[in-house]
Design a protein around this ligand. Structure first.
Ligand SMILES: Nc1ncnc2c1ncn2[C@@H]1O[C@H](COP(=O)(O)OP(=O)(O)OP(=O)(O)O)[C@@H](O)[C@H]1O
Length: 366
């Protein structure tokens, strides 16, 4: 294997001496953000627990900075590796400040006395995750999202070389999700801290990760750059999706299209159709959309939600054949929704379609 900072070399992980996932061979460079994705119960946490020595490895080896992970003393490892796992801690009588301060313990003497510098690092870490106001609160009596932020602060003030997190965003609201991911990105890209984490939000994984590990079955099904992994069929197979869609271009999840015969025609384009498609889908109304250029943003969604889409090739005049087809299909519909799609020289025929819709008496404004 190449000279990687963190390596899983034919690693097998599992419980009670039985391998759940085997033959994991993955190399991670310093400062990379690597995200594990995969369905519930696929083994993401099991891998993370195994590479942080919380769980005994079944086979193979893990190397960290060219050293076998098992050869680190716990004290050495805790100055270099910060771990934020999902297991619920129930510490007695500890404030959030106390919990964050434990991140400094690998650096303090036996009595665990914090120097002024340690205290400053604790405060700084709490500020970074917007948790200053939680300092004096009992760690057992805060919300799940607040707990996640406090545990991240503890990891930050540990000043690790590598940080390993299990679903760090699961309880966070959108602002704190963005904050957390920005903090991790800054740690990785400015301080060259390596980040390995599992995420359920695949849209976020797509946006933050340098590499993605897909966990499925008894092995790693794919490992690579998000550009290669986030392909419609790959995500569909990974999660066995048969009741909706994932659009890798926008990272959006779509519910399945409404079933039944489509009696509604939507004349749209240039993004004007998207709110109409979403409304029709909520009403469970099947529809046909057109005439859409295949590079139109409306087309991206219509191909997933519409019963049929009448299309034209990008930057071409709408052909007579396409126009006639749209006219025929539209005439068979009971309702025509027309958005305020702009009409120009290329799509002049769309103007004619709108005129025909007006004359039909079936047109409503979308
Ligand atoms: N302590 C344990 N002993 C035995 N089996 C376990 C133990 N913990 C988890 N498992 C099993 O190992 C498999 C993988 O679990 P794991 O928690 O690693 O999955 P995951 O991908 O993290 O799931 P999720 O996305 O739901 O968090 C599951 O079938 C789970 O039931």
């Amino acid at each position: 294997m190449e000279n990687y900072y963190f390596k899983m070399d034919h690693l097998s992980v599992g419980y009670n001496k039985k391998a759940l996932i085997h033959d994991i061979c993955i190399g991670i460079k310093k400062g990379e953000i690597v995200t594990l994705i995969g369905p519930n119960g696929s083994g993401k946490s099991t891998i993370l627990k195994s590479i942080t020595r919380q769980l005994q490895i079944i086979g193979g080896k893990v190397y960290f900075d060219d050293q076998n992970l098992t050869s680190f003393s716990f004290r050495d490892l805790s100055t270099r590796m910060a771990v934020v796992l999902t297991e619920r801690m129930k510490p007695e009588l500890m404030t959030c400040h106390d919990i964050v301060a434990t991140g400094r313990y690998p650096y303090t003497g036996r009595l665990g006395l914090l120097t002024r510098e340690d205290e400053e690092k604790v405060e700084e870490a709490m500020r970074a995750v917007h948790a200053q106001e939680l300092g004096s609160r009992d760690f057992n009596n805060i919300s799940d999202g607040q707990r996640q932020r406090v545990l991240l602060a503890r990891a930050i003030c540990q000043e690790p070389d590598i940080i390993i997190l299990d679903e760090p965003t699961s309880f966070l609201d959108i602002k704190h999700k963005l904050d957390l991911l920005s903090i991790l990105r800054d740690m990785a890209k400015m301080k060259h801290i390596t980040v390995i984490m599992s995420l359920h939000e695949i849209d976020l994984a797509q946006k933050i990760a340098d590499k993605i590990i897909c966990v499925k079955g008894d092995t790693i099904s794919h490992f690579g750059r998000p550009e290669d992994i986030f392909e419609e069929n790959m995500i569909r197979d990974l999660y066995d999706i048969n009741n909706g869609f994932f659009d890798p271009l926008f990272g959006s999840i779509e519910l399945p299209k409404p079933e039944g015969e489509a009696k509604t025609f939507v004349i749209c384009g240039n993004g004007t159709g998207i709110p109409v498609f979403r409304q029709l889908q909520k009403e469970h109304t099947p529809f046909i959309a057109g005439i859409l250029y295949t590079n139109d943003v409306d087309y991206r969604l219509a191909r997933l939600l519409a019963a049929d889409v009448i299309t034209e090739r990008p930057f071409m005049d709408i052909s007579e054949e396409t126009f006639q087809k749209a006219l025929r299909v539209m005439e068979q519909c009971e309702r025509i929704i027309c958005t305020d799609v702009p009409v120009g020289s290329c799509n002049m025929r769309l103007g004619q379609l709108i005129e025909a819709a007006k004359k039909s008496g079936k047109m409503v404004r979308g």
